[in-house]
Design a protein around this ligand. Structure first.
Ligand code: COA
Length: 376
């Protein structure tokens, strides 16, 4: 081959980089589906554990299978002593995403993939234990407590909120988080999933691919946008202040986090679901300030830039109202997306070819080498 066979597409926009049977994103006539099921049906009628089973194990579980799956996940929430020691050593000021990235990598050395532990077992283990890793580290450093990471909560959403607050969560908050985990669980070839697939394509262990994905998710252009959206909306005390502030930011050509999407040029289908949850939590709290500020920002962005909110935007106010600290917003994304990443790693391995694209060379023309003594 003398050169690239396709033209250069910055950011790989529009490039088909692989095949998948896991989800459709923005496909005409299909919308957003996980293995053929509409995101709206799943977010309204399913539980996150059903969706994780669908993505990782390939189909919706029966009632018996779901009970067994929940029980299995519940039994995988404890952490090995060695991992607790690692979490204790990490700085209190570390970013929670860096904690998860490190914890995932460390777990891979303690519970390696191989004999007696296949890729499905590791996927389930990570689905079950990411909240434990984060909150063991959090409580150890914030309150000096080595917490028990097992709870009686059947759902991952309830388990996380229980470990975070130390008490049974309000059902409204638990249901919001459960729906949010479903919305965040999978999204085709987004940057972190692509990163997981690129790493998986070189055939390392499962944890290596997940660790790559966590690192990729952390940035503000991807998962980190929900934290940035929260910082934005809490700057304003009223919709009027938000309007003025937004217009100033746009005049300075600043990026507004939580808006825009590479694939969705119209509305992100997930946004209206989480927006409704944000409204419900605001009403229950008797405080609609964050919601009203968010809605005004949405109006201004549509009017001024024709840009729509993505899933991250209304997730920010919904999470805040459920008492989740802003620095844990992107880790919550990890708790959900591990289901999608796992499904993609498994799919990549089943029909693998190493990813190795080419670059357009823009460097100097070939020139004579000058020995070090003659360089002046
Ligand atoms: N705020 C202000 N302007 C934005 C914007 C935003 N959030 N998102 C896109 N734009 C503008 C770009 O500046 C660009 O304008 P230009 O043509 O005048 O240069 C135009 O819209 C096209 O955007 P582009 O940067 O080409 O989109 P992309 O496909 O490369 O990037 C995102 C997509 C998601 C990374 C981008 O929209 C973004 O950075 N959004 C904010 C971060 C975010 O919410 N990420 C979560 C994604 S789910």
């Amino acid at each position: 081959m003398n050169g690239p066979s396709v033209s250069y597409s910055p950011g790989l926009e529009g490039v088909i980089a692989g095949k998948t049977a896991i989800s459709t994103v923005g496909k005409k006539g299909k919308g957003l589906n996980y293995r053929g099921y509409s995101i709206y049906d799943l977010a309204e009628q399913a539980a996150f554990e059903e969706v994780a089973h669908l993505l990782i194990h390939g189909r919706l579980p029966t009632t018996g299978e779901l009970d067994a799956y929940r029980a299995r996940l519940k039994g995988l929430r404890g952490l090995p002593e060695g991992l607790k020691r690692v979490l204790e050593q990490l700085p209190a000021a570390a970013h929670p995403m860096d904690v998860l990235r490190t914890a995932c990598s460390a777990l891979g050395t303690m519970e390696p993939e191989g004999e007696g532990r296949d890729q499905y077992a590791i996927a389930d283990r990570l689905v079950a234990s990411f909240p434990s890793m984060l909150l063991y580290w959090h409580h150890f450093h914030a309150g000096g407590k080595a917490i028990d990471t097992e709870t009686d909560e059947d759902s991952l959403a309830g388990h996380f909120l229980f470990l975070l607050h130390g008490s049974k969560p309000a059902e409204l908050h638990r249901r919001m988080l459960d729906a949010s985990l479903i919305l965040y669980a999978e999204h085709e070839f987004n940057a972190s999933t692509f990163s997981a697939r690129v790493t998986a394509s070189t055939l390392p262990d499962f944890y290596a691919a997940v660790t790559s994905a966590i690192g990729t998710l952390r940035g503000p252009l991807h998962g980190g946008a929900n934290e940035e959206a929260m910082k934005l909306i809490t700057r304003f005390r009223s919709p009027e202040e938000a309007e003025r502030g937004l217009l100033d930011m746009l005049a300075r050509k600043e990026k507004i986090m939580g808006f825009g999407h590479r694939v969705y040029k119209e509305a992100d289908p997930r946004s209206r679901v989480i927006k409704e949850w944000s409204r419900r939590l605001g009403e229950a709290a008797g405080d609609m300030t964050l919601f009203a500020v968010s809605e005004r920002i949405e109006e201004v962005m549509l009017r001024e830039k024709r840009l729509y909110p993505n899933l991250d935007f209304y997730s920010a106010s919904a999470y805040h109202l459920a008492g989740i600290p802003t620095s844990m917003f992107t880790p919550v994304f990890v708790f959900a997306r591990i289901a999608g990443w796992s499904a993609h790693i498994i799919e990549q391995r089943a029909d693998n070819r190493i990813f190795r694209p080419v670059a357009e060379y823009v460097g100097p023309e070939p020139m004579a080498f000058v020995p070090i003594g003659e360089r002046g």
